[in-house]
Design a protein around this ligand. Structure first.
Ligand code: CA
Length: 707
């Protein structure tokens, strides 16, 4: 039985989250300039760190492009990239050169004016590693410091490159590469150290982040975000306290999770480094830490001293997380006036759907309100700082459907904060999540391993998902304005002192809006789904906007039908715009379509059912739930007959490993591969017949078709 955690509405009637157009209030923020930005870059129009500065605002002081002039924006140049996986990077700009990363942790330096590629670097990540990348073989960008470019690779290396040549200066393996660790985040530079975390909590790892000497690559310290087996010596004292919040029955071989896979920020005045941590391994707390416990430091914001890695304060966003509600989403520092007092705040819109404002000196919770559809909790209790969870939300007894989902109300897609408007621009996504307790049936395996019934999810119809650009007032804790998107998985945002906000969409448009009111001013058809955030810089008197355009990431791979909603395509491009730009995109050919009339599958129903479970466990995370490809990797319903025949060689002998399709030898038997094949054929037939019926009777609803 499925319980729908959604008071007042049903799964079918996914009501739009009603937010009044409350109007823009005059700026209550100060200039946010003092200690939060690096003064030289302010003036020169540089973009030197992932979020421009370590304050994480993604706000540019440039005003050449503004409400009056943005209409003149045109393509200055573009590069069609040899890249077919997601592009999530924000390019950096320094002294005439753009530095960016592509999929598989590749890096390139490009002349900002001409688009000429100055150098490129391929760390030659073993493509078999793709099996451990929960969310595509992506990379969110590089760090720049003292003539070097730093990149974290999917296989856990931290590499320093000469910024002039792209030659390797030093390399450190930051992870045990025999374990399913990955790095997709941009490194950050603080006090001559490179800060880097990792991912892998879906596959069973223990999270940590580390500081490396920028010059030599020597490790300075490491902070583990969760304890290890108590029979082992502890690495640092914070873990003694953390261990008290884990059940005595914890199975430490499951890794614990808490990976710090994205957000970091730094306040030089307070000398605090802020790091967001992720979900537990596995997701389901009943399996991870039987009997309960907050499970520190999962799903937390940590404030540490950058010199030593010593913890100063922590705030746990989701105590005892059991939903993949990470706190790895962007951390933004600003100075706001709250209740008449200037406060140094830290803001986050994590997956769980609440917008948090904390005092960043102490970690005190100042406010937290829902910024979208949230049904797992009523509110955040201001006395305890803990969520007031809705009964049943922990799905111990029955399967639930709730909002948000593991994709989050907001994911890694960068948000931005504009000190002039006082608003935060959030790429919001509305996606229901389904959870069930695998309980004693849970088996540790080398695959996407949540304990929360992910393998029971075989549909994510597009009707149930949507997205929006939400302009959030962090003082009033309410939306100032909102622009709806049909698709849920859209691009990150950029805001500027020209009263502008830029965002790309799944449907392929890069759009500029007024920052105060959300009025659309300009758009560009990129001919590809966009997930990354744009950035802006000034070069030889011109203000430019740069964007890595391309479709991919978790929701594009796993998303099935919802991921291929209207207009979604995938072309990997670097796009750079300036006022008066006259370049045009190359002609785009239509993708080839395999025309085949599928036959009903003749096989035992139990075999197809087992194939469905195996597909969900091993294949869906990349090839799409319900065998509906999300527009990035091959849609297996349309594979050619020779590919179908080669399944045993592909899945068990690694025939396509060099193309990023890993071998599952040792995890799957030949019999299981055959069951997966039968299920794929079955889904080809089923979805073909559904499409035929929809053509005849477009009003036919998925809900009424039954099994
Ligand atoms: Ca996760």
């Amino acid at each position: 039985m499925t319980k729908i955690i959604n008071p007042g509405t049903s799964l079918v009637g996914v009501a739009a989250f009603a937010v009044g157009l409350l109007g823009w209030s005059a700026s209550h923020a100060d200039e946010n300039r003092d200690n939060l930005t690096h003064a030289p870059s302010m003036e020169s129009g540089e973009w030197l760190s992932y979020d421009r500065t370590l304050a994480g605002q993604r706000h540019s002081p440039l005003t050449d492009l503004n409400e009056e002039t943005v209409g003149k924006l045109g393509l200055a140049w573009s590069i069609d990239l040899d890249n077919n996986r997601g592009l999530e990077a924000t390019p950096l700009y320094s002294d005439g050169v753009l530095y960016t990363s592509l999929s598989w942790s590749r890096v390139m330096a490009v002349d900002a004016a001409s688009g000429e590629i100055l150098w490129s670097f391929d760390p030659k990540v073993d493509k078999a590693k793709g099996r451990h990348a929960c969310c595509d073989a992506v990379n969110r960008g590089v760090a720049l410091h003292d003539g070097k470019v730093y990149v974290g690779t999917l296989d856990g290396r931290l590499i320093a490159l000469d910024a002039m040549t792209g030659n390797e200066v030093w390399t450190q393996q930051t992870t045990d590469n025999s374990q399913p660790y990955t790095i997709t985040a941009a490194p950050r530079v603080v006090k001559g150290m490179i800060m880097i975390g990792n991912g892998g909590a879906e596959f069973g790892v223990r999270g940590y982040f580390s500081a490396y000497d920028a010059k030599t690559g020597e490790m300075r310290w490491r902070f583990y975000t969760v304890p290890a087996d108590p029979s082992q010596p502890i690495e640092h004292p914070e873990l003694l306290e953390a261990a008290k919040t884990w059940s005595k029955d914890t199975d430490w071989s499951l890794g614990g999770g808490g990976t710090a896979w994205d957000s970091m920020a730094y306040d030089p005045e307070l000398d605090l480094l802020y790091v967001g941590t992720g979900n537990g391994s596995p997701w389901n707390r009943e399996i991870r830490s039987p009997g309960g416990g907050d499970n520190l430091f999962l799903s937390s914001i940590l404030a540490v001293r950058p010199e030593t890695g010593k913890l100063v304060w922590h705030y746990q966003v989701n105590p005892g997380d059991t939903w993949d509600f990470t706190a790895t989403q962007q951390i933004t520092l600003a100075n706001l006036e709250i209740d008449g007092k200037p406060r140094k705040v830290l803001m986050q819109a994590p997956k769980n759907g609440f917008f948090y404002v904390l005092d960043r000196a102490t970690g005190e919770l100042l406010s937290a309100e829902k910024f979208g559809k949230v049904t797992w909790a009523e509110r955040i209790d201001m006395a305890t700082g803990r969520p007031v969870e809705v009964p049943g939300a922990r799905y111990e007894k029955e399967m639930i459907v709730m909002w948000p989902s593991p994709f989050g109300a907001h994911n890694w897609h960068p948000m931005s904060f504009n000190p002039q408007t006082g608003l935060v621009y959030i790429p919001y996504q509305e996606i229901p999540g389904t959870y069930s307790n695998e309980g004693k049936g849970f088996v540790k395996r080398e695959a996407f391993n949540t304990g929360a019934g992910s393998s029971e999810i075989t549909e994510l119809p597009r009707e149930y998902t949507s997205g929006a650009l939400v302009a959030w007032d962090p003082v009033k804790q309410e939306a100032a304005w909102r622009v709806e998107h049909e698709n849920h998985w859209n691009g990150g945002t950029l805001t500027t002192a020209g009263n502008l906000v830029f965002q790309g969409t799944a449907a392929g448009k890069l759009v500029a809006y007024t920052a105060d009111k959300g009025e659309p001013l300009w758009d560009f058809d990129a001919q590809t789904g966009i997930i990354a955030a744009p950035m802006t810089f000034k070069h030889e008197g011109d203000q430019y906007v740069a964007l890595m355009a391309g479709w991919g990431g978790a929701a594009a791979l796993f998303g099935g039908d919802a991921a291929v909603a209207t207009g979604v395509r995938n072309v990997s491009r670097m796009l750079v715009f300036k006022a008066g730009g006259q370049a045009a995109l190359p002609e785009l050919s239509e993708p080839p379509v395999t025309e085949r009339v599928p036959e009903p599958v003749v096989a035992a129903k139990t075999d197809i059912k087992q194939g469905e479970v195996l597909y969900a466990q091993y294949c869906a995370v990349c090839h799409g739930t319900g065998v509906i490809g999300g527009g990035v990797l091959p849609d297996l319903r349309h594979s050619s007959d020779p590919v179908r025949k080669a399944y045993p060689a592909i899945l068990l002998e690694g025939l396509l490993e060099s193309q990023g399709m890993p071998s599952f030898a040792g995890s799957l038997s030949p019999e299981e591969v055959e069951k997966i094949r039968l299920y794929i054929l079955h889904r080809e037939y089923e979805t073909y017949m559904h499409a035929m019926r929809m053509e005849e009777e477009p009003s036919a609803d998925l809900e009424t078709e039954g099994e």
